[in-house]
Design a binder for this molecule. Structure first.
Ligand SMILES: O=P(O)(O)OC[C@H]1O[C@](O)(CO)[C@@H](O)[C@@H]1O
Length: 486
């Protein structure tokens, strides 16, 4: 049996080291056939109607689950031709006009945005000239923590940059757009850092501040605090659509607003997600990567105790994909009760790792520690820039040996060696292969992972779309904040 699923796009799920003797067996999968078919029917029903059995909003109201509609840009959909045009026009309006954007948000209102930024822009975007950025602004993130030092330093940096611009460009103002992203509209981390920055920057001569709010679009009684503020202050808004939880919102205006700010191809990203959605319409587990991934990981956890998933892309700019996946897996599947209210304490614990970096840190534990993990690698097939290692020190035999290899070859050899060593000791692992790092293939990967948690929620019989656990600490936090007020 060939244990790779290769899609027409080249996207590949290699599960050789996850299925077979001494791993999850085909017998394990066959034994689940009835439940897999039921899970597929449930996911198809979700697609068609938005209904997921037992799912309630945090206010205990029935709530639709609509993320699977997002890849389809259609009239009347959450992403429509008009809404996509609005985003693109917003991006264009920043070009050669706005100097810097600061995106405030946390959780699903940050992690997906960071993925899009990292993959499109890389580490050095803000050091590049405006021309090299094709006229798009610098972009910073804030609000992903309540960190006094970083918040202050970011504000200081923007003020300093405004001074430099004024000196070099005859007193021209430095323009900053603050994008505040919060579905609930009142998240402490996001709003506290936004208020500190807004207040300081607004008062700064030579600096012009614009604000854009991204929040639940409800008006009247149900309007979020951020929506009310936006209406009062006349700030432009984008929507966090009803029925799309934070961890799925990368495919909505939440993520796409960041894509627009940096000139990333929104349509290609959604086209990748759409292609993956279409592939995953089949009930044949061996042809449906989201279903296959969910089933193999579910069995690995439930039958073989492998309930930690180390998500380990090989490549720096994909590290944030692992960070995004942490929220997706943890909030979706880490559940105290099943849908019949039985206590089940379900969940697989996600861990972020990056190759090769963490081969010199975590790998010792992956290779020799408890056999409680699946290591999920992500490999990039073709790299846009891929230097050859030169033979600069021929007298050093060890260095001469690696010369003439491309860096990507060294990277992939390291991943392969890691995977082989793991499986020789019965340690489960698998690899997703992206043909290249493009908006399209990124859309495929992220959407497959999102759909996979929907399948796993069905298999485990838990609501993959709520997050009641986070309310527990939020209830305690409110009074604590009040008590600290002088
Ligand atoms: O977009 P908001 O409402 O600010 O929430 C941010 C994040 O906080 C959470 O509610 C968890 O606390 C996530 O589910 C969400 O993505």
């Amino acid at each position: 049996m060939n244990k790779t699923l290769v899609l027409a796009s080249g996207f590949t799920f290699d599960y050789e080291n996850l299925l077979g003797d001494g791993k999850v067996t085909t017998g394990d999968v066959a034994a689940l056939a009835g439940r897999i078919a039921a899970a597929h029917r449930a996911v198809e029903h979700m697609r068609a109607t938005g209904e997921v059995r037992g799912h309630l909003s945090k206010d205990g109201e029935p709530e639709k689950v609509l993320f699977s509609q997002l890849p389809y840009i259609e009239e009347g959909h959450l992403n429509s031709p008009v809404s996509i045009r609005k985003l693109q026009e917003f991006g264009q309006s920043l070009r050669n006009r706005v100097d810097a954007v600061v995106s405030f948000g946390i959780g699903g209102s940050f992690l997906g945005n960071k993925v899009l930024f990292d993959v499109h822009s890389g580490d050095f975007w803000n050091y590049k000239s405006r021309e090299a950025r094709d006229g798009y602004p610098k972009l910073f993130f804030s609000g992903q923590n309540i960190d006094a030092r970083r918040t202050t330093e970011l504000i200081d940096l923007l003020i300093k940059e405004a001074g430099v611009k004024a000196r070099h460009e005859q007193g021209k103002p430095y323009r900053v757009t603050l994008i505040v992203i919060s579905k609930s509209g009142s998240t402490l981390d996001t709003m506290s850092t936004f208020m500190v920055a807004y207040d300081k920057l607004k008062k700064q001569p030579g600096l012009e501040v614009e604000v854009v709010a991204v929040t639940d679009p409800a008006t009247g009684e149900k309007a979020t605090l951020l929506k009310k503020l936006a209406t009062e202050q006349g700030w432009p808004t984008f929507r966090v659509p009803d029925g799309v939880g934070g961890r799925f919102s990368i495919f909505s205006e939440v993520g796409l607003v960041t894509a627009a700010c940096i000139g990333m191809d929104i349509e290609a990203f959604l086209a990748g997600a759409r292609a993956m959605d279409e592939v995953c319409r089949t009930g044949d587990i061996w042809q449906n990567p989201a279903m296959l991934n969910a089933v193999l990981k579910y069995v690995a956890a439930e039958t073989y105790g492998r309930d930690i998933e180390v998500f380990m892309p090989y490549g720096d700019y994909l590290k944030s994909v692992a960070e995004w996946y942490v929220q997706l897996l943890a909030e979706s599947l880490g559940k105290r009760t099943d849908r019949e209210e039985n206590v089940v304490f379900y969940g697989r614990t996600p861990i972020v790792a990056v190759g090769t970096t963490d081969m010199h840190a975590q790998t010792q534990q992956h290779q020799d520690g408890k056999k409680d993990k699946v290591v999920q690698f992500v490999k990039v097939q073709d790299w846009e820039n891929d230097p050859v290692i030169p033979n600069v020190f021929p007298s050093a035999a060890k260095l001469a040996e690696i010369s003439s290899l491309h860096l990507s070859q060294a990277l992939d050899a390291a991943r392969e060696a890691n995977a082989e060593a793991l499986i020789h000791d019965g340690r489960f692992n698998a690899t997703f292969v992206l043909p290249s790092v493009t908006a399209y293939h990124l859309g495929e990967l992220l959407y497959m992972l999102a759909l996979s948690v929907a399948y796993e929620g069905e298999l485990a019989n838990v609501d993959a779309f709520d997050q009641p656990g986070v309310e527990a600490y939020k209830r305690i936090l409110g009074p604590k904040l009040k008590a600290r007020k002088k």
